[in-house]
Design a protein around this ligand. Structure first.
Ligand code: NDP
Length: 252
C-alpha cells in the first residue's frame, strides 16, 4: 500500500475515524491534510505525525473550505485522494425530529461530501487519477429506529457514491463508500450518553443494548475502518468503484 507522492485530504481528520484514516494514509507515505472546525485536534493529529497540514473549515461552508484547499494544493500538490469523513448524527423518534434536523443532517452528511468532491473531482479527471472515499455508515444501507434523519442522509451518501462511480467510471477516478458499524469514537460515546440521559440506564447497560444488534458483540475500532479506506485508496483497488464496503462486524 504505497501512497508515496500522493496528497490526501481527510475531512474530520482530527479525531475518531478520520484521525485513524489520516494515520493510515500517512503511514503509507501520503502527504495528509486534515480538515475540521476546531484547530486543536488537527494540530494534535499533525504533531502525532498523522498529517502534514490542516485546514480549519466547516464542510457545510464550501467557499471558505475550497479557498483553503486551493492554498494547500500550492504547497503539497493537487489532491489525489479525498476521504469525505466529517459527519454527525442526531437521535430522536421520527415524530419528534424537526424538519430542520433533517435539513441539518443532509447539509452535514451529504452536502459536506458533495462540496469536497466538487472541489477535487475536476482536477482528478484532468489528471486521469483519483480516489474518493465517503464514510457513510451501516445506517446508509439498512434502517435503524430513532435515527431517521441520520439514516436518510447516509442512504443519500450511498446513492451519491453509486451514481458518481458510474459517471466517472472511464476517468481513472474511483468513488466508494465505507460503511462502518458502531465504532468506538466520540460520536459513539455521545450516543451512549444520550441513552443514559433518556432512559436512566447505566453506561454498561446502554452499551450492551447497542451491542445486541452486532453479531461480533463488540465495537469496531477506528483503525479497522481506516484499513478499509487505505485499501480503496491504494493502486490495487483501481477496479473497485461504486462499492459500499461494510466494516460492521457482520451486520448487514
Ligand atoms: P466523531 O464525532 O468522533 O468525529 C467527527 C469529526 O468530524 C470530527 O473531527 C469533527 O471535527 C468533524 N466535523 C463534524 N462536523 C464538521 C463540519 N461541519 N465541518 C468540518 N468537520 C466537521 O465521529 P466519528 O469519527 O465516529 O465519525 C466519522 C464518520 O463516520 C461520520 O461521517 C460518521 O457518521 C461515520 N460513522 C461513525 C460511526 C460510529 O459508530 N462512530 C458508525 C458509522 C459511520 P470538528 O467538530 O472539530 O469540526
Amino acid at each position: 500500500m504505497n501512497l508515496q507522492g500522493r496528497h490526501a485530504l481527510v475531512t474530520g481528520g482530527g479525531r475518531g475515524i478520520g484521525r485513524a484514516v489520516a494515520a493510515a494514509l500517512s503511514a503509507a507515505g501520503a502527504q495528509v491534510t486534515v480538515v475540521g472546525r476546531t484547530e486543536k485536534p488537527l494540530q494534535e493529529a499533525a504533531a502525532a505525525g498523522h498529517a502534514q497540514g490542516w485546514i480549519v473549515a466547516d464542510v457545510t461552508q464550501p467557499e471558505a473550505m475550497v479557498d483553503h484547499m486551493r492554498v494547500i494544493e500550492t504547497v503539497r500538490g493537487p489532491i489525489d485522494i479525498l476521504v469525505a469523513n466529517a459527519g454527525g448524527a442526531v437521535s430522536a423518534p421520527f415524530a419528534e425530529t424537526e424538519p430542520s434536523q433533517f435539513r441539518e443532517m443532509f447539509e452535514l452528511n451529504v452536502m459536506g461530501v458533495v462540496h469536497a468532491t466538487q472541489a477535487v473531482l475536476g482536477g482528478m479527471i484532468e489528471r486521469k487519477s483519483g480516489r474518493i472515499v465517503a464514510i457513510a455508515s451501516i445506517a446508509g444501507v439498512r434502517g435503524y429506529g430513532y435515527v431517521s434523519a441520520y439514516c436518510t442522509a447516509k442512504h443519500a451518501v450511498v446513492g451519491l457514491v453509486r451514481s458518481l462511480a458510474v459517471e466517472t467510471a472511464k476517468t481513472g477516478v474511483t468513488v466508494n463508500a465505507v460503511c462502518p458499524g458502531y465504532t468506538d469514537t466520540e460520536m459513539m460515546r455521545e450516543a451512549v450518553s444520550n441513552i443514559v440521559a433518556k432512559t436512566g440506564r447505566s453506561r454498561e447497560q446502554a452499551e450492551a443494548a447497542i451491542l445486541k444488534s452486532t453479531p461480533m458483540d463488540r465495537f469496531i475500532k477506528p483503525e479497522e475502518v481506516a484499513a478499509a479506506v487505505l485499501y480503496l485508496c491504494s493502486p490495487v483497488a483501481a477496479a473497485v468503484t461504486g462499492t459500499t464496503l461494510m466494516v460492521a462486524g457482520g451486520e448487514n
